[in-house]
Design a protein around this ligand. Structure first.
Ligand code: NDP
Length: 263
C-alpha cells in the first residue's frame, strides 16, 4: 500500500485527499492519500520520510520551501523554482509543478488571452506568470508589497504595488493571493478591485470550494468568472499520473477525480 499526502497551512480545506482517493478506490489501486498540517516548511523533507510517503502535493505557503526540499527538480518546476508535487524515486525526492498546466486547462473556455493581470506574487503567481509569458501573453503583476516582485520584473512582467499601480485593460484578472481563503477579505483594497474589474472581460480565483469576496465582487459586476476548482482538477490529474508513474489511463483518472467534486 502506497501512502501519499498533501502538506499545507492551512490544509483542512484541501480537496486533494478526496480527489486522489476517489481514483485509487475506484480503480483498485493500492494507495491512500491523507493530509498533513505543516507549519514549518523547513520540516517538509524529514516529515515526508518519517511518514514513509511515496509522494506528496504541497500547498500554501510551502511551495518554494518544497523546491529546496527536493534532491532533483524537473521540467517547468525547475524553471520557476516552485514545486507542488513531489515523487519519492528510490529514496530521492523529485519535484514537479503541475499548477500552471492545471490553470491553462481551466481557462481554455475563456478563449485566447492577450493581456492578464495577476494579483499576488507568491509561488502560484510565479508558476502562472511564467506559463503566460512563455505563451506570449502580456502580464501585469499587482502585489501588496514590492518584496517579491523582482522575479516577475526579470521575467518581463509589468510590476506594481497597490501604491504605484497604473491600470490597463485586461482579458483576465486572476487572484493568486491567499486573501479570501481563511478570511473574508479582498486581495486588494475595494476601490482598487472595483477599478480593476471595470477593465477586465474575465475573472478567475485560484481559491476553490468557496465564493471568495473577489469572486462575489466580480459576479456583482456581471463578469464571467470561475473559482479554482478546474485548476485543482487539472493539476490533480497531472500529479496523480506522476505519483503512479502513468500506470492508469488519464481519462479514468479525470473521470473519478471529477466525480469526487460531487461529494
Ligand atoms: P504564497 O504564500 O506563495 O503566496 C501568497 C500571495 O498572497 C503573496 O503574494 C502574498 O503577498 C499574498 N497575500 C497573502 N495574504 C494577502 C492579503 N491578505 N492581501 C493581499 N495579498 C495577500 O501562496 P501560493 O501561491 O502557494 O497560493 C496562493 C493561493 O492559491 C492559495 O489560496 C492556494 O490555496 C491557491 N491555489 C489553488 C490551486 C488550485 O489548484 N486551485 C493551486 C495552487 C494554489 P505578500 O508577497 O505581500 O506576502
Amino acid at each position: 500500500m502506497k501512502l501519499f499526502a498533501i502538506f499545507g497551512d492551512p490544509v483542512a480545506h484541501s480537496r486533494s485527499p478526496l480527489m486522489h482517493n476517489s481514483v485509487f478506490k475506484n480503480l483498485n489501486y493500492k494507495a491512500c492519500y491523507t493530509r498533513v498540517h505543516l507549519q514549518d516548511g523547513s520540516k517538509l523533507r524529514e516529515t515526508f520520510f518519517a511518514l514513509k510517503l511515496s509522494g506528496a502535493n504541497i500547498t500554501v505557503p510551502h511551495k518554494e520551501a518544497a523546491y529546496t526540499a527536493c534532491d532533483e527538480v524537473r521540467g517547468f518546476a525547475k524553471k520557476v523554482g516552485v514545486v507542488n508535487t513531489i515523487v519519492n524515486e528510490n529514496g530521492k525526492l523529485i519535484g514537479y509543478n503541475t499548477d500552471a498546466d492545471g490553470f491553462m486547462f481551466a481557462i481554455k473556455e475563456f478563449g485566447a488571452m492577450k493581456n492578464i493581470l495577476v494579483l499576488g506574487a507568491g509561488g502560484t503567481a510565479k508558476a502562472l506568470c511564467t506559463k503566460f509569458i512563455d505563451a506570449g501573453i502580456k502580464v501585469t503583476v499587482l502585489n501588496r508589497t514590492a518584496l517579491r516582485l523582482a522575479y516577475f520584473k526579470e521575467l518581463g512582467c509589468s510590476c506594481f504595488t497597490w501604491d504605484d499601480f497604473i491600470i490597463g485593460n485586461y482579458d483576465l484578472v486572476v487572484n493568486t493571493t491567499s486573501a479570501g481563503l481563511k478570511e473574508e477579505i479582498l486581495p486588494c483594497p475595494l476601490e482598487l478591485a472595483e477599478k480593476i474589474l471595470a477593465k477586465t472581460s474575465f475573472a478567475a480565483d485560484a481559491i476553490y470550494g468557496k465564493e471568495t469576496p473577489f469572486l462575489k465582487l466580480s459576479k456583482s459586476k456581471e463578469i464571467t468568472c470561475k473559482d479554482g476548482a478546474d485548476m485543482l482538477l487539472g493539476q490533480g490529474v497531472l500529479a496523480n499520473e506522476l505519483f503512479i508513474n502513468y500506470e492508469l489511463k488519464t481519462e479514468d483518472i479525470k473521470k473519478f477525480m471529477s466525480k469526487s467534486f460531487e461529494l
